[in-house]
Design a protein around this ligand. Structure first.
Ligand SMILES: C[S@@+](CC[C@H](N)C(=O)[O-])C[C@H]1O[C@@H](n2cnc3c(N)ncnc32)[C@H](O)[C@@H]1O
Length: 208
């Protein structure tokens, strides 16, 4: 099954709060975004946002230049409908449907790139290289990249798909030159099924 079909099928058949990656709020992401990028005018993109509430929470915290991308149009439609309920604030969000390994945001560049639980699905080195090229094109020089993957003791699969687990050294190596590691943190995610998944958050500054 193509990646897009896989994810559309997941979002068409499962309740938003029953998937293993569900959390009512992405608290660790929110905390780090506010620390790394306190400027409410910053351009922030959430890669592979799915149906997460991160965009709602950023709007409610006053961020005013948000972009949301996912490969699944089903997920984007669901999230957009929810965000529309926030009224005028929803006008601050640009919606994108596409595969991040091939996507072009056009001339727009971001101050902060956020990815929770997407990069680790790229098991093909060529797809990882394409992702990194997209980051280089899309993030302003001096901007930041915040990526959360499964950690060294995290699961080997998610949503029935193989994943790659990372420690900070391995993630830094895959991103390559031009990404300065500013910090990292191991966290634990409690799934709706009651199990714990180890995540690694790493944040980088993109070279000027
Ligand atoms: C495990 S979910 C995480 C969703 C969200 N980031 C969160 O933390 O709740 C992975 C998400 O990545 C999206 N995705 C997977 N591969 C992708 C790709 N190549 N390009 C864009 N989105 C992708 C899926 O549709 C799904 O919404």
């Amino acid at each position: 099954m193509y990646t897009k079909d896989h994810w559309d099928n997941v979002y068409a058949t499962k309740d938003f709060n029953s998937v293993s990656w569900y959390a009512p709020h992405l608290d660790k992401s929110l905390q780090l975004i506010e620390e790394i990028c306190p400027d409410r005018a910053a351009a922030i993109v959430d890669i592979g946002a799915g149906e997460s509430t991160l965009v709602d929470d950023l709007l409610l915290r006053g961020y005013g230049d948000l972009s949301v991308l996912d490969i699944s149009a089903t997920a984007i439609e669901f999230t957009k409908r929810r965000v529309d309920q926030l009224g005028d604030k929803s006008a601050h969000v640009n919606w994108h449907v596409g595969d991040i390994t091939q996507y072009k945001f056009g001339p727009k560049q971001f101050d902060l790139w956020h990815d929770r639980a997407v990069f680790h699905f790229l098991t093909d080195p060529a797809a990882r290289a394409a992702y990194v090229n997209t980051v280089r094109r899309s993030v302003k020089p001096g901007g930041h990249v915040l990526i959360a993957t499964f950690g060294p003791d995290g699961p080997l699969q998610c949503s029935g798909l193989d994943v790659v687990r990372y420690d900070q050294k391995k993630l830094q190596q895959v991103l390559g030159d031009g990404f300065e590691l500013l910090g990292s943190e191991i966290t634990s995610h409690l799934t709706p099924m009651g199990s714990n998944q180890q995540f690694l958050y790493c944040w980088f500054r993109v070279g000027r």
